[in-house]
Design a protein around this ligand. Structure first.
Ligand SMILES: [Zn+2]
Length: 441
């Protein structure tokens, strides 16, 4: 029970840990895992899939689950020997042990619960992500980590305006493009939260080499996802059927257990609808949490604080040198976060730091010289309707100037239209002005 005890000691102090920027995070990771460990200690001869089933059917109440297990034990034959609860494979093993049917036939997450997933199979089955462990050869991963640790010394916190307050992101970051020409272009034309970002860097050599490998792996993962998970083995509507070609990356640094990012979806403005993102983790392992967005009523103006609480959430373990692919269904219908914690295992090279490279494909058709501008004469932001209405899932172009400190913003709004491959109506104009062959795969 050593794993259980050390886990318990860690988690209890988590309760007082501060919330991230959106105030939407709560620490309740002790629930599922600890309750299972507790049940296992009370019923050492009952298999873990049975323990989990009992816990789920009693809505997470350990005492009731324990009673029902005691009843069952007296009515069943000789008990099977239970496996011990592992530190980092608990629920992954449980789900496999349950044969998939148990969990897929009912909602996977429950109110107030965090479900921990570790194995690639569980992650791709229950979330819109897939993961490749030990992605780069060890020496390459370590060299890339060294390169980015050096870069991260001069990373800064992102500041933005939220209503009438200026807020800082609870971690540091920088933005990278692959050539000097693109650095200059980014500085003058691309707009984030209504203003240009100043710290734009050219992708350093090891990060660029990794990009080629990420590109190859992500394209294979996209094809596998389509074949194995999407209806009729067909790509999603608005998903780009062409090759995914990473050309930019946000690099995040989480220095110590308290650095985090609150629940959010990534902006689609320059990626287009149904975007895919390749996220390479280096250094300290952290928890990546995801939850499905439950559409709320249009008149419900309350912030969706507590949404993770009411639906439960899934935690994906991201160790050093793992590549997580956020697939095409992720940004529109799920939110993700990096939870603050109290305990991390220091990494031999990175110490307390986690470095995260998020490779993205900025598409030529979504260049800000083509996308709609608002009344402030600023290129607009692309959003997806996530509230419950007849417009749920539609895309829109909106002013985002108000997210920049000191700017007011306007009321600009326009529905965004795309063809089935996610191309905007100005696609043909772009192709004429740039030459089709240049963008052809
Ligand atoms: Zn505006």
């Amino acid at each position: 029970m050593d794993a259980f005890i050390s886990k318990k000691r860690r988690r209890i102090s988590d309760v007082s840990s501060p919330s991230a920027r959106t105030g939407q995070q709560h620490d309740h990771e002790e629930t599922t895992e600890m309750k299972l460990a507790l049940l296992a200690s009370l019923h050492p001869d009952i298999t873990q899939d049975t323990l989990l089933e009992a816990l789920l059917s009693e809505d997470g109440q350990v005492d009731k689950a324990s009673d029902s297990l005691a009843d069952r034990a007296t009515s069943l034959g000789p008990p099977k020997r239970a496996k011990t609860v592992g530190h980092q494979s608990t629920l992954g093993n449980l789900i496999r042990a349950a044969g998939g049917e148990l969990l897929s036939s009912r909602p996977l997450t429950k109110k107030g619960k965090t479900l921990f997933l570790y194995s690639p199979k569980d992650i791709e089955t229950h979330t819109p992500c897939s993961i490749i462990h030990n992605f780069l050869p060890t020496h390459e991963a370590n060299a890339l980590l060294e390169e980015l640790l050096h870069e991260s010394k001069t990373f800064e916190k992102e500041t933005f305006q939220l209503f009438d307050r200026t807020v800082e992101s609870p971690h540091t970051m920088s933005f990278y493009v692959d050539s000097f020409k693109e650095v200059e272009e980014q500085k003058t034309t691309y707009v984030y939260n209504g203003s240009q970002i100043k710290d734009i860097r050219q992708t350093p050599s090891k990060m660029l080499s990794a990009s080629a490998k990420v590109r190859q792996a992500v394209n294979l993962e996209i094809q596998r996802r389509i074949a194995q998970f999407y209806p009729d083995g067909k790509k999603l509507r608005y998903q780009d059927p062409k090759e995914w070609k990473p050309n930019t990356a946000f690099v995040n640094c989480y220095d110590g257990p308290k650095e985090s990012v609150g629940y959010h979806s990534d902006q689609l403005t320059y990626l287009g609808p149904r975007a895919v993102i390749g996220s390479l983790s280096l250094g300290v392992a952290r928890e990546f949490r995801v939850r499905k967005i439950v559409p709320r009523d249009v008149n419900d103006e309350s912030e969706d604080a507590g949404a993770a609480d009411s639906q439960g959430q899934i935690s994906i373990h991201l160790p050093h040198n793992s590549l997580l692919v956020m697939h095409a269904e992720m940004q529109e219908t799920w939110k993700h976060s990096i939870a603050p914690t109290t305990a991390i295992d220091p990494h031999p090279i990175a110490g307390n730091k986690r470095i995260n490279v998020t490779y993205r494909y900025y598409k030529p058709n979504f260049h800000p010289k083509f996308t709609p501008k608002c009344h402030c004469k600023i290129p607009t932001v692309l959003r997806c309707v996530q509230k419950k209405s007849e417009n749920l899932g539609r895309y829109m172009w909106m002013c985002h100037a108000s997210y920049t400190p000191g700017q007011k913003g306007c009321t600009f709004f326009k529905w965004a239209e795309f063809d089935d491959d996610g191309e905007p109506p100005w696609k043909d104009i772009v192709e004429q002005s740039t030459g089709v062959s240049k963008w052809h795969v």
